[in-house]
Write a protein that binds this ligand. Sequence first.
Ligand SMILES: Cc1cc2nc3c(=O)[nH]c(=O)nc-3n(C[C@H](O)[C@H](O)[C@H](O)COP(=O)(O)O)c2cc1C
Length: 315
Amino acid sequence: MFKTELCDKLGIEYPIIQGGMAWIATGELAAAVSNAGGLGVIGAGNAPGEVVQEEIRKAKELTDKPYGVNVMLLSPHVDDVVDVIYEEEVPVITTGAGNPGKYIERLKEVGTKVIPVVPSVALAKRMARFDVEAIIAEGTEAGGHIGELATMALIPQIADAVDLPVIAAGGIADGRGLAAALALGAVGVQIGTRFVCAEECTVHPNYKEAIINARDRDAIVTARSTGHPVRNLKNKLTRQIEKLEREGADKEKIEELGVDRLRVAAEEGDVEEGSVMAGQVAGMVNKEESAEEIIKSFIEEAEEVFKEKYQLINI
Ligand SMILES: Cc1cc2nc3c(=O)[nH]c(=O)nc-3n(C[C@H](O)[C@H](O)[C@H](O)COP(=O)(O)O)c2cc1C
């Protein structure tokens, strides 16, 4: 048994949330993670409402456990996506890139729990003013769009600043990371990069292979100069972006180069021209496994840390 407050809150067995990843976290992956006792999350990204609805229905067919949808609040389709979430009575949403405040009251009507993702204490405090269930604090080690603070420094500061359960994200890929997150004051973890390599993840095989082959320093940050930094694996695209940044190119030119690149990597499997978003833990992900195996190993390793290393029992 490895339960925390988060398990009761969300009706899940283990305190593990699978990060909602645009173009990657489909209904299949979310259902597999939920069936394994975590919370699977569909990544809505910039997809239109009907596409998100299809993924939700897929997940519902494959699991009767709670699942979630990650809503990108800057998406041009955000209002339609929220309508779909309302209609489908989605149990949980995680939100990024903005303020979910205006949607919360309506979603409460159908029982949807809202969990914002934040990279700083200031944003955590702002989100805590709304009726949200918990806060996901995401450190700069994470894959995808990132903030500045490292998970190690961010989690305790957010845990101290808000009276809400905190979920740690970024740089966690095994049970040692889960144990560390709990020690820092979190009640659970959100995992992205490792779940990309889950067997049930429908991303192009080249994407999984790129993560499996990656080493510790391969997940680098590009586009810092635009104010929207992204962590992705070194490749032809990152070298092009770095060159433009060195030359002091306009923000618009750099942003233009990044358009649609996650799809190119995730769907087409072009891991040189596409953006292979992945976190610093890419070097720790060495094989493809089922979602169940991933979750099981997280829990067994974390129990080992608590029981054997610190001789704590009855967790
Ligand atoms: C390929 C990829 C795509 C992602 N897309 C999103 C997204 O669309 N929305 C979001 O809130 N977070 C996104 N993230 C962040 C994850 O949800 C999660 O917080 C992060 O991956 C955790 O850090 P880790 O990669 O070290 O496990 C993405 C991460 C990856 C690796």
